[in-house]
Design a protein around this ligand. Structure first.
Ligand SMILES: [Zn+2]
Length: 280
C-alpha cells in the first residue's frame, strides 16, 4: 500500500526523521462496508488463498494445487495431471490426485468461506466462482457456488454413467475402478489440457450478464483469463471491485479497493463492521 503522506521533520538534535503516515487498513475496510451497504448483488471469485487459511497448501496447477517442478517420475506435473496421462498411465495421475486429496483431507472451512455463505441469506443475489476443488465453500453452507475446476469428491466412470460422491479417498484402491464396468474412475476435476465444464461456464456467464453491484477477487493471482476477465468486465461496467490478497496480482491495478490481507481475516473484519453498522 502506498503511503498517503510523507512528512520530513527536524528533531531537536538536528537529525532528520522520516514520518510516514500510511492509509489505514481501517479506512479501506470501511470503504468495503460502504460498498456492501449499497449493494444487492455480489460476486466472489476465489482461489487457493482462501483455502490456505484452512491449512491447504497453495500449490500451482489444477485448482492451484501442485507445486513440484520435476516429480520423481521425470514428467512435468502438467503432464502427470493431464487428461492424456490419466488415459495412458492412470496409476501415475492417480498417485498425484491422491496426494492432493491427502493434503486437503480433514480440512475445515474457515471464516472466509463462512462469511460468504452467510452473505447468501443477507443479499438478493450472491454467487461464488471458485477455482478450488476442495469443496470448502459448499461445506461452509454456500449454495450458489460454481466450481469452475470441478471437485475432487465427485468420482465418475470414464466409460459408463457410474458416479459417486465420496467424503475422501481413504478406502479407494488405486487407481480406482468402476464397480459396474471395471473401467478407470476419475474425479470430476479439470485436468491440464482439458476444457472447462461447459454447463458451469454457461451458468457463470449468464449470471455475469445479469450484472453485479460488487465483485470481490479473493486469494487468487488471476492468471487464468476466465478469472481475471470478470474483474475487467466489472471495472468497465462501473461495478465496485474489491481485491483481497496479501500480494499484488494481475488485477490489482483494476480494483477500486485493495485489501492486502488474508482472506479469513479480511472477510471477518468486513462482516463484523457491516453488521455493527446495520445494528446502529
Ligand atoms: Zn463404469
Amino acid at each position: 500500500m502506498l503511503p498517503r503522506k510523507v512528512a520530513w521533520t527536524t528533531t531537536g538534535r538536528g537529525s532528520m526523521e522520516r514520518l510516514v503516515e500510511r492509509q489505514s487498513p481501517e479506512d479501506d475496510l470501511e470503504r468495503v462496508v460502504d460498498v456492501l451497504a449499497r449493494s444487492r448483488s455480489l460476486l466472489f471469485i476465489t482461489g487457493a488463498g482462501i483455502s490456505a487459511d484452512s491449512g491447504l497448501p497453495t500449490y500451482r496447477g489444477i485448482g492451484g494445487l501442485y507445486n513440484a517442478e520435476h516429480p520423481e517420475e521425470g514428467f512435468p506435473i502438467e503432464e502427470i495431471l493431464s487428461g492424456e496421462m490419466l488415459r495412458w498411465r492412470p496409476e501415475l495421475t492417480w498417485k498425484y490426485l491422491g496426494q492432493i486429496e491427502q493434503a486437503a483431507r480433514g480440512a475445515r472451512f474457515n471464516r472466509g468461506h463462512e462469511v460468504i455463505a452467510e452473505m447468501e441469506s443477507c443479499f438478493e443475489r450472491v454467487w461464488t466462482l471458485t477455482q478450488n476443488i476442495d469443496g470448502l465453500h459448499r461445506q461452509a453452507g454456500a449454495r450458489n457456488v460454481l466450481e469452475i475446476h470441478g471437485t475432487l469428491h465427485d468420482l465418475i466412470c470414464m466409460q459408463c454413467r457410474w458416479q459417486q460422491t465420496v467424503a475422501d479417498y481413504s478406502g479407494l484402491k488405486m487407481p480406482p475402478q468402476c464397480p459396474e464396468c471395471q473401467a478407470i474412475v476419475r474425479p470430476r476435476v479439470v485436468l491440464f489440457g482439458e476444457t472447462l465444464p461447459s454447463e458451469t461456464v454457461e451458468r457463470f456467464y449468464g449470471e455475469l450478464d445479469a450484472g453485479f453491484d460488487a465483485v470481490f477477487s479473493i486469494g487468487t493471482t488471476s492468471v487464468f483469463p476466465y478469472i481475471a476477465g470478470p474483474v475487467e468486465v466489472a471495472h468497465r461496467c462501473g461495478w465496485a471491485t474489491i481485491e483481497i490478497n496479501p500480494t499484488p496480482t494481475r488485477v490489482s491495478h483494476l480494483v477500486d479497493i485493495k485489501l492486502s490481507m488474508r482472506a479469513a481475516e479480511a472477510m471477518d473484519a468486513i462482516w463484523s463492521r457491516y453488521r455493527a453498522r446495520r445494528r446502529s
